[in-house]
Design a protein around this ligand. Structure first.
Ligand SMILES: NC(=O)c1ccc[n+]([C@@H]2O[C@H](COP(=O)([O-])OP(=O)(O)OC[C@H]3O[C@@H](n4cnc5c(N)ncnc54)[C@H](OP(=O)(O)O)[C@@H]3O)[C@@H](O)[C@H]2O)c1
Length: 396
């Protein structure tokens, strides 16, 4: 039995993780759940899965009547309940936990990723922002755990592209890899010009062609920032220089990514576009369990198309590459600016094209430092958010 902590259990990845657990209740047990503020859904999930340890990220809910009731229930069952970021991070250190699914959104997931590996637990990572912001701190912890355990699985990627690359690399010599091909759907605005993007609304940007995801990643997918974040994630996860990481648009999202080797061979990972497959693989590895989805039928798939991404129109991909290649604290600052730019776009306080402009403004204003600590990254994250907010406010 693998004992699982699910952080972000009410979100798109979180609910799909619970679905995988439902399908494999004989092999997986949930021991803790965390959300930001969806306390009613948290209570329902805790009841269904019999979970005793619970946390909500939003500190303001500490005095809420439903929080008090949930705390009483958890304590009576010999569990725990807490509010705030530290209560969320506390869950990953529970002695009864083996593996933590980090499905929080944004840089808020960084501390939990770090604490999971520091506590010697396996990290099943959906929260790509953790690696974008703190890859320099997180990867050494993962490598140390792998070295101690004698095999490579302290950090299991849930992102479908990275899960795909991880599987293509199994049994291979990393020194023989010449390129990683990260695939992109191209988002809902593929083929449009900048002029056509000027008046895009949140509702239009939220409608992703192939994946059904949370709001932040949906906007990131439409701007191609998501692909930029994934390039940085791939750099850290697979220790690959940026020159060897290519992005290719594959509109059907059937190929989840590819790895090219020295002899010219290319391995691709294909499958149904359903996040429960990579989530399950991260939880079942090294075994493969029956999937709760229809397998891909190639006779119905038809054609597979490929194209270069349009980095002139979708500037965020290039900004992320610049941040990644520069390294240090620039990815942290870029990520925080993007979170503010996306949130203000969703709140109709920023334009669609303003997302990239805001990110570039904050990146330009930052003096890059070497990454030293979580505290340093948290301080710079706060600075970048304030800087991005001032850019937005100046334009309202
Ligand atoms: N969705 C996908 O298909 C997909 C695919 C690949 C990678 N990812 C990555 O997975 C992560 C999650 O994405 P998502 O689409 O599942 O997001 P989502 O639907 O917005 O869900 C986010 C979850 O995190 C919780 N949360 C947010 N901030 C929190 C905080 N400060 N403390 C505690 N809980 C917090 C939310 O709780 P409330 O309900 O209370 O707000 C919710 O349960 C992101 O990093 C994303 O890039 C997602």
């Amino acid at each position: 039995m693998r004992r699982v902590v699910v952080l972000g259990s009410t979100g798109s990845i979180g609910t799909q993780t619970l679905d995988v657990v439902r399908q494999h209740a004989d092999k997986l047990e949930i021991v803790a759940l965390a959300v930001n503020s969806s306390i009613d859904t948290l209570a329902k999930q805790a009841g269904e899965f019999g979970v005793k340890h619970l946390a909500v990220g939003d500190e303001r809910l500490a005095g809420d009547a439903r929080a008090v009731e949930l705390a009483q229930l958890a304590n009576a069952a010999g569990g725990s309940f807490g509010c705030g970021a530290s209560a969320v991070a506390d869950l990953v250190r529970l002695p009864e936990a083996d593996i933590v699914v980090n499905a929080l959104v944004g840089a808020a997931g960084l501390r939990a990723s770090y604490e999971t590996l520091a506590a010697g637990k396996v990290l099943a990572l959906a929260n790509k922002e953790s690696l974008v912001v703190g890859g320099d701190l997180i990867m050494p912890l993962a490598r140390k755990l792998d070295a101690a355990a004698g095999f490579q699985h302290a950090l299991m990627p849930i992102d479908s592209e990275h899960g795909a690359i991880y599987q293509c690399l199994l049994g291979e010599d990393a020194a023989e890899v010449t390129r990683l091909w990260v695939t992109a759907s191209g988002g809902p605005f593929r083929g449009r010009t900048r002029a056509e993007l000027k008046d895009i609304t949140p509702a239009q940007a939220l409608a992703h062609p192939t994946w059904n995801m949370g709001a932040k990643i949906s906007i990131d997918s439409s701007t191609l920032m998501n692909k930029g974040l994934e390039v940085i994630e791939a750099h850290h996860l697979f220790d690959m220089p940026y020159e060897k990481i290519e992005v290719v648009v594959q509109p059907q999202s059937a190929i989840h990514s590819m790895v090219e080797f020295a002899d010219g061979s290319v391995k691709a990972h294909l499958g149904t576009t359903d996040m429960r497959i990579p989530i399950q693989f991260a939880l079942s590895y090294p075994a493969r369990w029956k999937a709760p989805v229809e397998p891909l039928d190639f006779r119905k798939l038809g054609t597979l198309e490929f194209a270069a991404p349009d980095v002139e129109t979708f500037r965020c991909l290039e900004l992320a590459r610049i941040a990644g290649k520069t390294g240090g604290t620039l990815p942290c600052v870029m990520n925080a600016a993007n979170e503010v730019a996306v949130a203000t776009f969703l709140a109709e306080r920023n334009s669609y094209l303003g997302i990239a402009e805001c990110v570039e403004y904050v990146m330009d204003a930052h003096e890059v430092q070497t990454v030293e600590s979580l505290e340093q990254l948290e301080q710079l994250d706060a600075w970048a958010r304030a800087c991005a907010m001032s850019w937005v406010d100046a334009r309202v």
